[in-house]
Design a protein around this ligand. Sequence first.
Ligand code: NAI
Ligand code: MG
Length: 503
Amino acid sequence: MVMTARELDPRVQAFLADGPKRLLIDGAWVEAASGRTFATLDPATGERLAEVAEGDATDIDRAVKAARRAFDEGPWSTMTPAERSRLIWRLADLIEERSEVLAQLETLDNGKPLAVARRDDLGGTVDYFRYYAGWPTKVEGATVPVSVANTFAYTLRQPVGVCGQIIPWNYPLMMAAWKVAPALAAGCTIVLKPAEQTPLSALLLGELCLEAGIPAGVVNVVTGYGETAGAALAAHPAVDKIAFTGSTEVGRLILRAASQSNLKKVSLELGGKSPNIVFADADLSQAREGAAGGIFYNMGQDCTAGSRVFVEGSIYDDVAQFIADHAKGLTVGSGLDAATDIGPLVSQEQVDRVLGYMQLGPTEGARVLSGGGRAQGAGLDRGFFVQPTVLADARNDMRVAQEEIFGPVVTVIPFRDVEDVIRQGNDIAYGLGAGVWTRDLAKAHRVAAAIRAGTVWVNTYGPTDPALPFGGFKASGHGREMGFEAIHLYTEVKSVWVNLGEG
Ligand code: NAI
Ligand code: MG
């Protein structure tokens, strides 16, 4: 049963009905200076959900100035760590309290199944803020035994300053959490630029920041397009750091903008084309499920999607057929329908991009074992729906195996032995995630060490945890989020020399 507009939480309806959404700058809700707005769509219907302020360079400048003031003059930077900790924890409580509203907004704006939004996106967001709420009181420096007579030396770990955070549409709220929580814990101030496809949950997050008592100007939210608002943030001379998650192409633009402005610090979490490797000695029922789940989760719109499944020759046909049958059994539909496994893609642009790869596969010699096009059926014609697709007999040098598709499309590639799969697995520009399925402990650790990727999952695929570092090798990015690594991203280390000598 699809939830009807009337069954949506009344607070969601009120949020959507409340006129064009505005920008959060310096603790106040304001229109874009240009007065312009843009529509955010429901990808399940293609219809407009809400109008949202179209912030551009002028609004980014206003927001950066507010964040600068809040950082330079306080009270955020002069608050005790314990006070900051309490405010972040309070924010987590408010998100938890409002989690049904946020989950429904996420499903409406992004398309993902509501049960998944509730469990993973909201659950993950609350955990993430709670984890970082504990950090402000633990950001320590060190005393260092330098070899200079009569000298006392120590390090201070201090907030990096004003942070521009540009986030994508695949996990809109969770990506905001991954960026905002550690920056707040470190004592930074923020200008958050959500993706134009999915601005709603970040705006509600901004509202909750104010409600939690986080001072004006500490968290600013500027909605708008990447080419205008995003680019202005990346180029702004008063921004000390940019944190970005999105495409490799835009990652390059951001590095260039940083190098041509004030050399601001940059951390990048970019795409992937992750190998998910199934050895013949794996627990097969577990491995096959893991291979299918690794690609179809979140409609494949996941930076660590296991989009290259490598299968050892002797079990290749069995595993490829299993994934294809699994794909055929998935229910495609609205994220508000409780029966849905596969919601719509986020936008028509993504549909076009993904369909292009579905058509390219067979021309490169891959065999379509399931799916291969737009999803047909009652209620699917208006939305951005595609079929979960399996491309078998793929080779690692095909474009469908080398380029990030970011949809429910998997290439299944055969391999001979450990050496062969390590070579093929690493023969790619990216290095974000990898999976290994085997019962052989030595083989598992050997492959885990040899694959050049930021995360390797052994006999599981895809979990993340706020305590465990996450990020990429190679073209998958710079820096690590999560854990203490994210505190590193949002702090600078200062060395202090003190001469204790007299005269
Ligand atoms: P994108 O990289 O253009 O968008 C991500 C964010 O960057 C959005 O907030 C966008 O407004 C902003 N942005 C765009 N152009 C910018 C610019 N010139 N300066 C500053 N910010 C800018 O990604 P897009 O176009 O939505 O998706 C294209 C492909 O990127 C996807 O098919 C997928 O392959 C990849 N992608 C990867 C993600 C990941 O999690 N690593 C997330 C989203 C997309
Ligand atoms: Mg783009």
